[in-house]
Design a protein around this ligand. Structure first.
Ligand code: ZN
Length: 266
């Protein structure tokens, strides 16, 4: 099996996890900037985090023959204080020069507040200014549909945005059509207890097809499974999907989307 892990928070994972990914056939892992399990106390904390994402994590992945790519932003969970968020965002242009940075992400909404939306839109503008792809986080559970609608309404205010360069992640049964019908890419996150189970993700594929869709483990500091993508591939096989269909969703689709950044070379 050969696959891409398009969304993982490897700073929270062990070296053993890198070995497991390599053994399962992972060629590249992409790490969006996100909450680290605690609120950082200063913009300097984000400076160190961005160095981790652009300098240290690629070296750790390389020891297992895996390419490591990053996305940068201040995540919505820590973006409700406008002054603080803008201080962190002022650091981003310097780090966009790093050779493993693909774009801006994972931006989005957490509690769907007005301030989160303001910072979301300012991030989209950074992506437009630098002609970068965008990776978007949608809120959890009961806030997801409302948050997805707010995000889609907000993005519609950027007519110059190329929708094929935007992926809206953590879609579920009730949000996937909204995202795909508007012309964006959609990501399904395979979690043990929330978001999509393996079977629910495969159900979504069987209903909606596999155009502009990818799957990720979004493994982080919480309960999550870094091998969720290859496990889902095995489950697809058991449910009768042919090898070409499996290869498309776990490898070709991520390559097609991510290759819109010239930095993504595997
Ligand atoms: Zn994430």
């Amino acid at each position: 099996m050969k696959y891409i892990e398009p969304h993982a928070h490897m700073v929270s994972r062990t070296t053993d996890d890198y070995e497991k990914l390599a053994l399962a056939g992972c060629q590249a892992v992409c790490e969006p900037a996100f909450w680290a399990g605690f609120d950082r106390s200063s913009a300097q904390g984000f400076h160190d985090y961005f160095r981790q994402l652009t300098e240290y994590e690629p070296q750790r992945a390389a020891k297992f023959g895996i390419k490591h790519f990053s996305w940068l932003c201040i995540n919505p969970k820590e973006a409700d204080d406008l002054g603080f968020a803008r201080e962190v965002m002022s650091l981003i242009p310097e780090f966009l020069k790093a050779p493993n940075v693909l774009g801006i992400g994972e931006i989005g909404l957490n509690k769907n507040t007005r301030n989160e939306l303001t910072i979301f839109e300012e991030h989209v503008q950074i992506a437009l200014d630098h002609q970068l792809p965008v990776l978007i986080h949608t809120p959890h559970l009961e806030d997801k549909l409302k948050g997805t609608r707010l995000i889609l309404d907000s993005l519609a205010n950027f007519p110059q945005l190329n929708r094929s360069q935007v992926i809206i992640d953590h879609v579920e049964e009730h949000t996937v059509s909204h995202v795909l019908d508007a012309g964006y890419w959609a990501g399904m996150t395979l979690y043990p207890h929330s978001k999509c189970s393996l079977d629910r993700a495969i159900d979504i594929l069987e209903v909606h097809g596999s155009e502009r869709l990818w799957m990720n483990s979004a493994c982080d500091w919480g309960i999550s499974d870094p091998l969720a993508v290859p496990k889902c591939a095995l489950r697809m096989k058991a449910r009768g999907h042919d090898p070409a269909a499996i290869e498309k969703i776990i490898h070709q689709n991520p390559v097609d989307f991510l290759s819109q950044s010239p930095r993504f070379v595997i």
